[in-house]
Design a protein around this ligand. Structure first.
Ligand SMILES: NC(=O)C1=CN([C@@H]2O[C@H](COP(=O)(O)OP(=O)(O)OC[C@H]3O[C@@H](n4cnc5c(N)ncnc54)[C@H](O)[C@@H]3O)[C@@H](O)[C@H]2O)C=CC1
Ligand SMILES: O=C([O-])CC(=O)C(=O)O
Length: 360
């Protein structure tokens, strides 16, 4: 082997090794504003978005990481957790898709995980066991979301943030308060992920109608726990009439879809696979919007003026700046109006609890 060939081989080995054990990236070439990079990309200046998943080694995190690795809109995928990211990263990095995957383990590597990110998805935290409510997770997950949000405020304040960790009704206000304290809050860029409620609603309504769930669109508003989950069955597309019995069955099933999975898993956790699917679809919408695609509508739990409750899930139009328009609730029937009043009461107290946690 010639001297030239040896140095080629060494260079190749060094390149491969840098993927297997990646140094914490500084991404010095990145513009400080994530939106600027998104704009550059839409003009063809860069090949894809940079996405971080916090809680990537968990039940949701692993399948979500896999789905994100397949997404051609993503050029760099950062997997962060407090355990097991080296294994998950090594595994996922062998998939022959475009995104470069890097793993980050523990708080000392949070800066590397977050720096330069366009989108941060947060499924970190504990999951329910049978008999628990989502609010029972507050004591542990509030602190986790608070500390990860502090990281986002420091290291990628312009990123779009998708919060999955429960109780979403409280964790989104927690993240907002952290960003307010840090002076980085942009309500257009913080979204609580309620897409699983929509995915479930589409599935269950399609079963009742006897149609393909991909042809059904059910707006689900309010929040993400029990009676705060309000499917607007009067606004289903394609337009459909339901008997009172069907409304009762569908509302109950959609509101308790999470509990249905928790009970079926019998202590082994809550929805992970359908949640990863829902989160991947939601993230795809966020990235397409950042790229500049028009007409991207999703339901999400956000800082809202649609009702007098400060955070509320409803349809939003996404664009390059995040949430570009919050759509009105539209006409509600008597049943939906009554349900909305009940939901607002519970939402208000979950929000207050989240805000108080950061302010204390
Ligand atoms: N928004 C929604 O529709 C849904 C939300 N969830 C919620 O998502 C969360 C995660 O659920 P699973 O993945 O099933 O739980 P899991 O326990 O399987 O995974 C959670 C992961 O978070 C990691 N983690 C814990 N503290 C962390 C920290 N400080 N930084 C980074 N990572 C940390 C854990 O090490 C673990 O790998 C739960 O709170 C669950 O209730 C679950 C389903 C649907
Ligand atoms: O029910 C849970 O604990 C997890 C969740 O939010 C869901 O599946 O909708």
């Amino acid at each position: 082997m010639s001297v030239h060939q040896t140095s080629d081989v060494n260079a190749r080995i060094a390149r491969i090794a840098s993927h297997l054990n990646p140094p914490i990236p500084k991404l010095e070439g990145d513009a400080p504003g994530c939106l600027t990079r998104a704009n550059c990309r839409s003009k063809g200046a860069a090949p894809g978005f940079k996405v971080a998943i916090l809680g990537a080694a968990g039940g949701i995190g692993q399948p979500l990481s896999m789905l994100m690795k397949i997404n051609p809109l993503i050029s760099v995928l950062h997997l962060y957790d407090v355990v097991n990211t080296p294994g998950v990263t090594a595994d996922i990095s062998h998939m022959d898709t475009g995104a470069v995957v890097r793993g980050f383990l523990g708080a000392s590597q949070l800066e590397g995980a977050l720096t330069g990110m366009d989108l941060v998805i947060i499924p970190a935290g504990v999951a329910r066991k049978p008999g628990m409510t989502r609010d029972d997770l507050f004591n542990i997950n509030a602190g986790i979301v608070k500390s990860l949000s502090e990281g986002v405020a420091r290291f990628c304040p312009k990123a779009l943030v998708n919060i999955i960790s429960n109780p979403v009704n409280s964790t989104v206000p927690i993240a907002a308060e952290v960003f307010k304290k840090a002076g980085t809050y942009d309500p257009k860029r913080l979204l609580g992920v309620t897409k699983l409620d929509v995915v479930r609603a589409n599935t269950f309504v399609a079963e009742v109608l006897g149609v393909d769930p991909r042809d059904v669109d059910v707006p689900v508003v309010g929040g993400h726990a029990g009676i705060t989950i309000l499917p607007l069955l009067s606004q289903v597309k394609p337009p459909s009439a339901f008997t009172p019995k069907e409304v009762e069955y569908l509302t109950d099933r959609i509101q308790n879809g999470g509990t249905e999975v928790v009970e079926a898993k019998a202590g082994a956790g809550s929805a992970t696979l359908s949640m990863a699917f829902a989160a991947a679809k939601f993230a795809e919408s966020c990235l397409r919007a950042l790229r500049g695609d028009a007409g991207i509508i999703e339901c999400a739990y956000i800082d809202s003026q649609v009702t007098e409750i400060p955070y509320f899930a409803s349809k939003v139009r996404l664009g390059r700046g995040g949430i570009e328009e919050v759509l009105p609730l539209g006409p509600l029937n008597d049943y939906e109006r009554e349900s909305l009043e009940k939901a607002k009461k519970e939402l208000a107290s979950s929000i207050e609890k989240g805000v108080a946690f950061v302010k204390k």
